[in-house]
Design a protein around this ligand. Structure first.
Ligand code: MRU
Length: 363
């Protein structure tokens, strides 16, 4: 089995801190951060020191447990009220990836089901571990399903980073590639660099090359040529929030990849867990899109600023890919096909029916 950086978010041994690998330092430096305060935790998510929809959910769950241990409340009701305040602050760090609020709500629900503060703390501890463990199983199941869509020797284009660093293990969009390569399959992967924060250059090409997968880094504006050359048989991307009709928010630039894929007749697949599906959003128009600091465009990663200091910038972190451009949405419960309004609902029916076990993926 390959060495993945799958333990990049975890609780400290004494449970008083959350330890994360600082993803803003990769690939050059492998540095871990120890988060103890609400401010440090908020900043770690906001500044993308931890990033990727499932990973920020896992991190936030651990964060809330650590913060809960610091609360000094007179009664269980006060404890719960303070916990809700802490959760609201963490949830506001990034608005698009629904896994963040999903994980925090799960934690609050687990605490609210208890009577005493001590029991609430135990329940919070169990819940954050469960969220992390379920993510590991989820990645594995998505990787297995995703692998059925690929053939040995395929060229695959991916955008942003949906690998182990964005999740817990295997990842979502990179999962089939890592799993397949463990089984001796060979793929030729094209990783979009993913401007402006370069998750493709810094993280995807790093993860795949460490795992021995053939990866070629391209600038975002080269995807069309690479597809036209016949080098891409499938596009695999992750997701930050999937609406009930299948419209999918993912890293800015994803919708352009989907439009190109349609033009060249290449299947375009979205891979993500059910925790990223938000049936309360009817369409992509209901998904909040995070706007980020203009300096990410003007000067970040440059030796000196590459734009006039005062120029106006538009820097949305995500865009929405129209469901009509998506060939399939791969979840831990199987592959959803159009019409997504029906197939996504069916996935939740399976999940709530507890098939084959409460909240457990199929594989
Ligand atoms: O801004 P980021 O780096 O958190 O954006 C990440 C993505 O868009 C990923 O594709 C998505 O979260 C899926 S991760 C399995």
């Amino acid at each position: 089995m390959h060495e993945y950086l799958s333990d990049h978010v975890h609780l400290s041994d004494d449970g008083t801190a959350v330890v994360i690998l600082d993803q803003t330092r990769l690939p050059g430096r492998t540095e871990y951060l120890t988060l103890r305060t609400a401010r440090e935790m908020f900043d770690a998510i906001r500044l993308l020191q931890v990033r990727g929809a499932p990973a920020i959910g896992i991190c936030a769950a651990y964060d809330l447990y650590v913060l809960a241990r610091q609360l000094r409340a007179g009664s269980p009701a006060q404890f719960l009220a303070q916990l809700r305040q802490q959760a609201a602050v963490l949830a506001s760090a990034r608005p698009t990836a629904v896994n963040l609020s999903w994980a925090l709500e799960r934690m609050l629900k687990a605490a609210a089901a208890q009577r005493t503060t001590a029991d609430m703390l135990s329940a919070l501890h169990r819940e954050c571990i469960a969220i992390h463990e379920e993510d590991i199983a989820m990645c594995r199941a998505i990787s297995e399903y995703g692998l059925t869509l690929l053939r040995d020797g395929d060229g695959v284009l991916t955008h942003c980073n949906a690998g182990p660093l964005a999740t817990s293990r295997y990842g979502t969009a990179l999962g089939p590639l890592l799993l397949g390569s463990e089984r001796g399959m060979r793929f030729r992967v094209f990783a979009d660099e993913t401007r402006p924060l370069l998750q493709g250059a810094r993280l995807t090409s790093y993860e795949l090359s460490r795992a021995g997968v053939d990866v070629t880094l391209i600038c975002d504006n080269m995807a069309s040529l690479v597809m036209k050359n016949g080098w891409v048989q499938a596009c695999l991307v992750g997701c930050d929030r999937v609406a009930a009709n299948g419209d999918t928010a993912n890293k800015i630039g994803t919708s352009g990849v989907a439009i190109l894929a349609r033009h060249y007749g290449i299947p375009f697949y979205v891979l993500g867990p059910t925790s990223t599906i938000d049936l309360s959003c009817a369409t992509g128009a209901d998904i909040p899109i995070e706007q980020r600091d203009p300096d990410e465009i003007k000067q970040m990663f440059y030796r000196e600023p590459m734009a006039p200091a005062a120029v106006r910038c538009y820097n949305p972190a995500f865009d929405v890919t129209d469901h009509e451009l998506i060939s399939g949405i791969v979840t831990e419960y199987g592959i959803c096909r159009a019409p997504y309004t029906e197939s996504l609902r069916a996935v939740f029916d399976k999940k709530s029916a507890g098939i084959p076990g409460e909240g457990r993926p199929f594989l």
